[in-house]
Each structure stands twice: as structure tokens, then as C-alpha cells.
Design a protein around this ligand. Structure first.
Ligand SMILES: CC(=O)N[C@@H](CCC[C@H](N)C(=O)O)C(=O)O
Length: 375
């Protein structure tokens, strides 16, 4: 085996080339290139769109144990002071997927040199931030053929120190649905509002009205979030806007609340159409299944980590983040956990700077755990 790049070098290389969902061409090429430098006799590699399946063959396999890493970046202009900043304009690995992929390569590298009884499967999955790669990947022929018996994934957590992991049996991440609302009215001169239907005013009103859905239609002991991350509309400062578009996301802890929230959004949007004499179109974009950790496997993993590593284990609360890994957990027993990376700036922030020492923590932990489960 030739001299391999260090995991820190790999993470920095990946950090430089963030790509959006299903456009992870350079990322895929980089990963395939690295994998081709490993001894090939124990590896079987198959690509799926911009994703990759990597099987590390066991000696006498009774089962398959999997680790999933997501691959895509976000449409963010990076503002870190890294020397290895994103080389792609308006793109950034601001959700740690560069870490998740590096950790996968670290684990693979260990197991190509230290064979275990069972097969190990590594899934490099595109488009976690949207429109969702997990569900179609799960339906793929490769996944049907190589279907794992146990599946794991981690996500970096800026709020925890390095050397800590956090998880919980049962519900970990929320149900999600994207939310796009297009409004169309009648534009006109800024000085003649009475001759128009102003979609800037309608959009502003709708944003405020929709917050009442969370406050007044969802059981306070359940939880929901409606966030709009982007509003566009109009053309110039002295023309009343004919169009406006709201782009957001809905998060709920229960499936019932998701249905209720959508029902209420639809009612209020219909009311807006009447009140503002406009047309509105709602599009829910992509939806993600909640992340629900297998009870016994999660408890076993937490106990194993406490008993066999120096890693601190925290029993955390559920989070309103979404993850299409939820689809995989719906079909395959397993769990997801948070990996402490300690950054003053959080996920989806242009200054997110996770501590790289956490990569080694995760690789060591997962290698120990797979050695325990796959022998
Ligand atoms: C871990 C994480 O941050 N995941 C994303 C998933 C986004 C799904 C979809 N695009 C949506 O916004 O609903 C998150 O924002 O939680």
C-alpha cells in the first residue's frame, strides 16, 4: 500500500470541494481515487448516481454491518479563516459532511488491513440536505443485494466537546417537510397601491400568520417549527411586487403534528388568497422520515462506548433537525449519534469550524464497535 494521506489532509481536501445534492461529482471522484489506493482484494465498490457503496468483505460473513456518510455541501459563502476554504463559489461544507466522509474512509482503511468475520458496508450518500438521497438509495438494486443487518451513522455536534458523543434510544430527529409558497397578485406603481395586489405585504402577513400555527395548533407538549430561510419578491424599490416566494421548512416531533400543521398552513394560505385577492401555490418539496433509533442497539452502543472507550456518553434530547437517514432506520435496525466537535458557530453557519481531533475519536470508536459487532 502506498503512503496514504492523513485523515486531516483528506478532510481538508474534501472541505475545498463542497457540492450540492446529486452534483457531488468531484467528491465522488476524490473518494473513488482514495479507495483505489487501498488493497483491492477485500473491497467491492459500486457507484450509484453520485454516491458509492463500498463492501469490505468479511472472512466468513454471517451478517452485514453498515456505516452511512452523507456527501453534499450547502449553498453558503464560507467565512472561516481556514487556509483550505471552499474553492467553490457559494458552496460550503457547513454541516460536517466532510467529517462524516473522512471518518468513513478512516474506518474502511482500518478494516482493509484488519479483516473481521462479517461484511462491512459503507454508504456514501448524496443529497442529504435536499432533495434526499437516502430513500432512492435504499430502493437501489445494490442496497437490495447488500442489505445490511445493522446500520449506523453519526452527525457532528458543535455544541459538544471533542471526546463526547450524544444520542438516545427512540426518536432522535424530527419529521421534516420543505415548504415553498408562490404568491401572485397584481403589480403596479409604488404610488398607486389601491390599483394593485401587493405580494410583499401579503408575504409579510403570511409569515407572521403561519407562526400562529406552531403557537396555537400544535400541542405545546409536542413540538413543531416553521422556519422561512428565504423570501424573494418584486423587482425594484418603486414597483409594487406582483410575485413573492417563501422558502422554508416544517419540523414536527410526530407524524400527526406534521399533518395538522400542513392542514393549517393550507387553510391560512387559502384565507390569504381571499384576503389579498391573490393566487397561492404550495409545494412541499422533499419530506424526511423521522430518525428513530433502535432501542436495544442504541442502549448497547452507549454501554459499549462507556465501558470500552474514553469517550463521554451523553443521553441527549430529541432535536428538530432532519435527516433522510431516518428512511434507512425505518427499514434497517440501527442508530445515529451526535459527535462532539466543539465550534462556537453552529451547523449551517458560514463560520462553522469543527475541531479536527474529533475525526480520530470517531474512527477509533467505530473501529472498536465494529470489531465487537462483526466478530
Ligand atoms: C442535519 C441537518 O441539518 N439536516 C437538514 C436536512 C434538511 C432537509 C430539507 N431540506 C428540509 O429543510 O426540510 C436540516 O435542515 O435539518
Amino acid at each position: 500500500m502506498d503512503q496514504l494521506p492523513s485523515l486531516i489532509t483528506i478532510r481538508r481536501d474534501l472541505h475545498r470541494i463542497p457540492e450540492l445534492g446529486f452534483q457531488e461529482f468531484k467528491t465522488q471522484e476524490y473518494l473513488l481515487n482514495y479507495l483505489s489506493s487501498l488493497p483491492s482484494e477485500r473491497l467491492e465498490i459500486k457507484t450509484w448516481k453520485t454516491g458509492i457503496f463500498v463492501k469490505v468483505k468479511g472472512i466468513d460473513p454471517l451478517k452485514t454491518i453498515a456505516y452511512r456518510a452523507d456527501m453534499d455541501g450547502l449553498p453558503i459563502v464560507e467565512e472561516t479563516d481556514y487556509s483550505f476554504q471552499s474553492e467553490h463559489t457559494d458552496r460550503m461544507h457547513a454541516c460536517g459532511h466532510d467529517f462524516h466522509m473522512t471518518i468513513a474512509l478512516g474506518i474502511i482503511t482500518y478494516f482493509v488491513q484488519n479483516q473481521v468475520r462479517d461484511d462491512l458496508l459503507f454508504i456514501f450518500q448524496p443529497a442529504e440536505e435536499g432533495p434526499g438521497g437516502a430513500e432512492p438509495m435504499l430502493q437501489s438494486e445494490v442496497m437490495k443485494e447488500w442489505k445490511p443487518d445493522l446500520i449506523t451513522a453519526l452527525h457532528i455536534a458543535p455544541e459538544y466537546p471533542v471526546g463526547t458523543i450524544a444520542t438516545r434510544p427512540g426518536l432522535l430527529f424530527a419529521n421534516t417537510s420543505e415548504l415553498f409558497i408562490d404568491l401572485k397578485g397584481k403589480g403596479g406603481h409604488a404610488a398607486y397601491p389601491h390599483t394593485t395586489q401587493d405580494m410583499i405585504v401579503a408575504a409579510a402577513s403570511l409569515v407572521t400568520q403561519l407562526q400562529s400555527v406552531v403557537a396555537r395548533n400544535v400541542d405545546p407538549l409536542d413540538s413543531a417549527v416553521i422556519t422561512f430561510g428565504k423570501i424573494t419578491g418584486g423587482t425594484v424599490q418603486n414597483i409594487i411586487a406582483e410575485n413573492a416566494r417563501l422558502e422554508g421548512t416544517i419540523r414536527t416531533l410526530s407524524v400527526e403534528s406534521m399533518e395538522k400543521v400542513k392542514e393549517r398552513i393550507e387553510a391560512l394560505v387559502h384565507g390569504l388568497e381571499i384576503g389579498y385577492a391573490c393566487k397561492a401555490v404550495i409545494d412541499y418539496g422533499s419530506m424526511y422520515h423521522q430518525v428513530y433509533n433502535h432501542h436495544e442497539l442504541t442502549e448497547e452502543f452507549m454501554d459499549f462506548t462507556k465501558g470500552n472507550t474514553d469517550t463521554e456518553v451523553v443521553l441527549c434530547r430529541e432535536a428538530m433537525t432532519g435527516e433522510d437517514f431516518g428512511y434507512m432506520l425505518d427499514e434497517i435496525p440501527g442508530f445515529m449519534f451526535w459527535l462532539g466537535v466543539e465550534s462556537p458557530y453552529g451547523l449551517h453557519h458560514s463560520k462553522l469550524q469543527p475541531k479536527e481531533e474529533a475525526i480520530e475519536t470517531a474512527v477509533q470508536l467505530m473501529c472498536k464497535y465494529f470489531l465487537y459487532k462483526a466478530n
